[in-house]
Design a protein around this ligand. Structure first.
Ligand SMILES: *Cc1c(COP(=O)(O)O)cnc(C)c1O
Length: 510
């Protein structure tokens, strides 16, 4: 399994083998030297006092530094190379944003500080909110949701609260079959029955099928635009009208706003609520589960239900409204979605990105994102199999018809790309085509990078067509670990390390 076959150490050149941190434990070793806390009033601790060690590994500071540095070197990130992961928008993160997020006035403050001492931070949130409202044309925004999925939850909770406030609780939510899994999951979490709407032959929502499913029990339709096939939903205005005629609300999954920003005013599409993945559209190092931020813009009808906290600007400066009032004719906020005020560091990076790009720069970026995806489409459409005719928006969808009868699967093909030094594209999503390969180059890649990538993909496709399935099944050959048993990893995850054992043991349930 290890990559270091043939070396004494198990290392592979400068790619160093790294044991788990618990396997490096030397009991009692530590990187710090603290005095005995003799002053603690032990009598007052009572039963809270620990009875024994809690099993933290003992390591020196240099060991810890090497451990995490080695792990980071095994990782692949947008700073190491091209990362065409469809739907995820892995693009360059300008260093300016990092510098801004580290300014002491943003990084070293505490959420419990009085408002008067954090006026700059509050003004930043207020300014970001104004940019988001301007870019979408919608009148309100909730900044606190911590990711796209969390934004969906916020939007659907606001929809539910608004419907209940008008005495019209409804039971169903419609989502297209190409939807990101978070859409139906969110609707189900909010207590709705989820119904899927089929797509048409061009990869877009089938308008007739959608209209048939609308009725007085439909609370909302959730649509993604551009959708997960990388296509603009050309019927979107008609869809919004039909949704409103049925008394339902129209939720737009705006995770792919990076394809529209500066070019489409979301309010003009008839949208009631939309989340924006700041970490996709407005740059933030993300992946591996965080960090992100998913602000939600809301229409006039939904604005009173925005969650707390939100920033208000009065004669004495900026302040935070932190408590749900929830009575009378004023706002009826749905409460708090997250501790404190959201992912503040991501908000800082997003505003730094917006202000440094400017309105014109944002429009150029969305244009270049679409141009780059269409460049991949044009150069690869004869080598792979294009799922839907172009032009596409910010991402391009291929499927596995080009691998027919070769014995090579989408997974094998993706693994071979790893040996070539690329993070694979998104595989097997969306589910509406067989063996999907979804590529999103983003605006930050140069033509030379795209050309090199196309050359690699083209030659791998040619090799697959020679039916050299064994070559693909052996990939990746050059990584620190070869192909893992993903089924075993999912079904019997190793979650716990037991002190005293030489090996990590699988304590996860199967
Ligand atoms: C990324 C994405 C989401 C979820 O966003 P997270 O920040 O990962 O929770 C939802 N919908 C679409 C279309 C996405 O691409």
């Amino acid at each position: 399994m290890t990559g270091g076959e043939g070396t004494v150490s198990g290392n592979r050149g400068l790619d160093l083998e790294e044991p788990l941190i618990f396997e490096q434990d030397v009991s009692g070793r530590t990187g710090v030297d603290l005095p005995e806390p003799g002053w603690v009033a032990t009598d007052r601790l009572g039963g809270l006092r620990r009875k024994g060690p809690i099993g933290l590994p003992g390591l020196s500071e240099p060991q810890v530094v090497r451990h995490y540095t080695r792990l980071s070197q095994k990782n692949y990130g947008i700073d190491s190379g091209f990362y065409p992961l469809g739907s995820c928008t892995m693009k360059h993160n300008p260093r300016l944003g990092e510098k801004m997020a580290r300014l002491p006035g943003f990084a070293d403050i505490h959420p419990f500080q009085p408002d008067s001492t954090v006026q700059g931070a509050l003004e930043l949130m207020d300014t970001l909110a104004r940019w988001l409202k301007e870019l979408t044309g919608l009148p309100a925004v909730a900044l606190s949701p911590a990711a796209g999925a969390h934004g969906e939850l916020c939007g659907l909770m606001a929809i539910r609260a608004a419907l209940e406030a008008r005495g019209d609780a409804r039971s169903r939510v419609l989502t297209p079959e190409s939807a990101h899994g978070t859409n139906p999951a969110t609707a189900a979490l909010c207590g709705y029955a989820v119904e899927s709407v089929p797509g048409n032959r061009d990869g877009r929502v089938d308008f007739g099928a959608l209209r048939e499913r609308l009725g007085p029990d439909v609370a909302a339709v959730m649509l993604t635009n551009p959708n997960t096939c990388g296509l603009f939903e050309t019927d979107i205005v008609r869809i919004a009208e039909a949704v409103h005629e049925a008394g339902a609300l129209f939720y737009l999954d705006g995770a792919n706003f990076n394809a529209l920003v500066g070019r489409v005013r979301i309010a003009d599409l008839g949208v009631d609520a939309m989340h924006i993945n700041l970490h996709k559209t407005f740059a933030t190092p993300h992946g591996g589960g965080g960090p992100g931020a998913g602000p939600v813009v809301l229409s006039e009808a939904l604005a009173p239900f925005a969650p707390v906290p939100y920033v208000v600007h009065g004669p004495d400066g900026f302040s935070l409204v932190e408590h749900a009032r929830g009575s009378g004719s004023g706002p009826l906020p749905l409460g708090r979605l997250k501790g404190f005020h959201g992912q503040f560091g991501v908000l800082v990076r997003a505003l730094a990105y917006m202000m440094s790009m400017g309105g014109d720069g944002l429009a150029l970026a969305s244009g270049d994102a679409v141009l780059n995806a269409n460049y991949l489409l044009a150069r690869l459409k004869d080598e792979l199999s294009l799922s839907f005719p172009g032009p596409c928006m910010h991402e391009v969808l291929f499927d596995d018809r080009f691998l027919k009868d070769t014995g090579v699967s989408t997974l094998d093909f993706a693994k071979a790309l790893i040996d070539e030094g690329y993070h694979p594209m998104t595989m097997y999503f969306p589910l509406v085509v067989h063996g999907a390969l979804l590529m999103e180059p983003t605006e930050s890649e140069s033509r030379e990078t795209l050309d090199r990538f196309v050359d690699v993909v083209t030659s791998l496709a040619a090799r697959a067509k020679t039916k050299d399935a064994e070559f693909f099944r052996q990939a990746p050959r050059l990584t620190p670990r070869r192909r893992l048993d993903e089924t075993l990893a999912a079904r019997r995850p190793v979650l716990r390390w037991t002190r005293g054992s030489d090996e990590t043991t699988a304590k996860g349930t199967s």
